[in-house]
Design a protein around this ligand. Sequence first.
Ligand code: SAM
Length: 170
Amino acid sequence: MIAVLRLGHRIGRDKRITTHVALVARAFGADKIIIETQDKQIEKNIRSISERFGGKFEIETGIDRKKLIKKWKGIIVHLTMYGQRFDEAITKIDKNKDILIIIGAEKVPPEIYQVSDYNISVGNQPHSEVAALALFLDRFTNGKWTEKQFKGKIEILPCDNGKKVVSVEE
Ligand code: SAM
């Protein structure tokens, strides 16, 4: 299980970026996104994408991060520009265990650095939770996310010009 915990989502202001975080998590191999703040609209949007494009991606919002972290049995990774280099850190993570990947929005509270098994940077420049998550998942899955079969109602066929979309009959 690869789960992503999105901290500090502000309804309205972060709607677009949190939606992108969820879409990247789904497309790049995570199984679930957990958002601290309750946001029924994001839940609805992400479930609608999964319904149409397939896969078994879960979304939960309004989750108490302290309780979640306390009962999490697997590895906790916090993505932060202050952390250790991701290419080195990824080789140390036990891939047989569940992993919770924590990403922030604004300032991340110090306790997150302390409870995490690994504080990992994707380069030491400030950029974006969307980019950090995408690159981390790519390396963590060894690029295997590209082979994932979603088996959705809609399937996009790669083509060099135009759009090829097929509706798959149930
Ligand atoms: N100023 C915030 C802080 O000090 O934690 C960072 C805000 S940044 C816009 C939002 C999130 O993007 C961070 O919490 C982190 O998860 C992720 N992020 C940004 N740059 C990163 C980097 N170089 N490596 C890993 N994660 C990064």
